[in-house]
Design a protein. Structure first.
Length: 114
């Protein structure tokens, strides 16, 4: 497959997933949960479908494992981020959350993906 059709599939697929997840977010109550269904999950799923279609299930499986490691690292750092932002305020707390996520994701990569 050449690059142009793959790019077109990614754009169409990504757009469809963003719209579908936005509709799910609109139906949820309270509205603060709508952000959970915004761009990140929809784009990740759309990208995963394109990777599987173009490079095969082996590469898709590796990408999915990487997404799971990154999501787990994000969830843990977000919980810790509440405490860090309360203690150190927004700028330093957010920087510490980013460093925490990078450390956890790097460790998860070494343990589960390397």
């Amino acid at each position: 497959m050449t690059d142009l059709p793959i790019l077109a599939i990614k754009a169409l697929n990504g757009g469809l997933f963003v719209v579908a997840f936005a509709l799910v977010g609109e139906m949820l109550q309270p509205k603060r949960f709508a952000g959970l269904f915004s761009a990140a999950p929809s784009v990740a799923l759309a990208n995963l479908i394109v990777v599987i279609a173009t490079k095969g299930p082996g590469v898709g499986s590796a990408n999915a494992r990487g997404m799971l490691v990154g999501a787990a690292a994000f969830a843990v750092s977000a919980v810790g981020g509440v405490l860090l932002v309360r203690r150190y305020r927004a700028k330093l707390g957010a920087a510490l959350v980013a460093v925490t996520w990078l450390g956890l994701a790097g460790a998860g990569y070494r343990v589960f993906l390397a």
